[in-house]
Design a protein around this ligand. Structure first.
Ligand code: F0G
Length: 461
């Protein structure tokens, strides 16, 4: 018989969480200007804001931390870090950074922006990736397949890039204006959806034909590998690590946030096979991050990542990880809650435009819904939609990101209960109005207020 999939670990250290009551949460939300980023974390009961840096480390990681070599140059921990990264990713140069966006900034500073009009295609740029591309004066273009933009439509690899659209874009702007192509695995902003090996190969072939380097935004590479294993023909017998190794072999480098599938609380890296680029990247690294054998991290962080990357590829962990995300998604979808189908690897995404059809995108339906989930049950989620991406947003989603190895099934049952309670009174939820916004990455610091009831009623009419 096949048994229920359970957490493949037991708990050795616990962290208390605190309940609040609704009137407190009303006050807290008002004080946070209706932006959940501005809430004190102590006032959150279940924190699904992000899966980034929020995971629980293993006994092996904590033990490795004690082995950290804090030497400024040539640290032993760097050697362990590099060999773990190279074992999986296979790239020649491994450059540590304090997190993923630092790798992005360095990569795009070196590869773009020397001339005007550079274009960077991606399946879907994450917010910091888009911002870093735009910051160096280049244009970020999202080329996910059409299925990837329809939340309710089921497709095994909704993160795939539209290969014909990539080819057409290169033809239109000319290869010299495309300094690199990126593939984000899994496609975070598009619902945590995987990219198939077939698609990786096809994108790689287009890139090689035009002599354009292909880089992975590899944050959730282990989850992507597991989806390939269970969904793509020919991979069922391979280990997640073999799948990851094959995937990276089709590219020329990557950026990585070790806060996701690195199972660490901080860290990242940049990889490339290109000697000249690596040299330029290390020069920039020294300017703002640190010497190339630590790149803004402590030796102990490098140790935690070296172990974490390998743990993220363990099959029993990945089986549990993907099953636990699906558990949340399937339970709310069964009651009619519209979600991005199928559930993603690290998160479940509620389709807020379908949940609140009476709230138009410019009234931030996903912000309104995220606020309701906090009011109802102290759950913190995050908007991925019009507040984050402005008019470029194709969807308005509430992302419930699941920290790795942190919450148990009863926590998730509670989350299901809260969402269903809000679902029952969805008609009464009104839109939001922006009262402050920063010039870029505005969602982190935006201030909002609920729309007065009479305005909401007028919009509905
Ligand atoms: N790329 C993707 C696909 C990401 O999801 C993130 C971070 C980054 C790059 C940047 O990495 O945070 O280490 O600088 N995503 C987090 C999230 C913040 O909540 O999805 P970072």
């Amino acid at each position: 018989m096949s048994h229920t999939i359970i957490e493949p670990f037991r708990i050795k250290s616990v962290e208390p969480i605190r309940r609040t009551i609704r009137v407190q949460r009303e006050q807290l939300l008002r004080a946070a200007c209706y932006n959940l980023f501005l809430l004190p974390a102590d006032d959150v009961l279940i924190d699904l804001l992000t899966d980034s840096g929020t995971g629980a480390m293993s006994t092996h990681q904590w033990a490795a931390i004690m082995e950290g070599d804090e030497s400024y140059a040539g640290s032993r921990s760097f050697e362990r870090f590099r060999s773990s990264v190279q074992d999986i990713f296979g790239y020649k140069h491994v450059i540590p950074t304090h997190q993923g966006r630092a790798a992005e900034r360095i990569l795009f500073s070196v590869m773009c922006g020397t001339k005007k009009g550079d274009v960077v295609p991606n399946n879907t740029h994450f917010d910091t990736t888009r911002a870093n591309v735009e910051f160096v004066g280049a244009e970020a273009v999202d080329l996910v397949i059409a299925e990837g933009r329809q939340p309710s439509l089921r497709h095994p690899f909704k993160g795939n890039m539209d290969v014909a659209a990539l080819e057409a874009l290169i033809q239109k702007v000319g290869r010299e204006r495309v300094p690199l192509v990126m593939l984000t695995v899994t496609n975070n902003s598009g619902g945590g959806q995987p990219v198939s090996m077939e698609n990786v190969k096809a994108v790689s072939a287009v890139c090689r034909k035009h002599r354009i380097p292909l880089y992975f935004d590899a944050c959730r590479f282990a989850e992507n590998s597991y989806f390939i294993k269970i969904r793509e023909q020919g991979y069922g017998q391979k280990t997640p690590k073999e799948i990851a190794q094959e995937m990276f072999s089709y590219g020329d480098g990557c950026t990585m946030s070790a806060k996701k599938d690195g199972m660490a609380n901080i860290g990242g890296f940049l990889c490339t096979n290109d000697d000249l680029l690596a040299q330029q990247e290390k020069n920039l690294l020294i300017l703002t991050e640190g010497y190339p054998t630590y790149g803004g991290l402590a030796g102990r962080d490098l140790e935690a990542i070296a172990v974490g990357l390998q743990e993220a590829l363990q099959e029993d962990y990945l089986e549990y990880r993907i099953a636990s995300t699906a558990y949340l998604g399937n339970h709310i979808a069964a009651e009619g809650v519209p979600i991005v189908q199928p559930p993603g690897g690290h998160a479940v995404y509620i389709d807020a435009r379908a949940f609140l059809p009476h709230v138009p995108p410019d009234r931030f339906p996903a912000v309104a819904l995220a606020n309701e989930l906090y009011l109802e049950g102290g759950i913190r989620s995050v908007e991925i939609g019009t507040l984050m991406f402005g008019a470029a947003a194709k969807m308005d989603l509430v992302r419930l990101a699941i920290p790795r190895r942190v919450y148990t099934q009863s926590h998730i049952d509670y989350v299901v209960e809260v969402i269903l309670e809000v679902w029952k009174r969805r008609d009464q939820i009104q839109g939001m109005k922006l009262t402050y916004e920063a010039p870029f990455l505005r969602h982190f610091t935006a201030k909002l207020e609920p729309e007065p009831a009479e305005v909401a009623a007028a919009v509905r009419r």
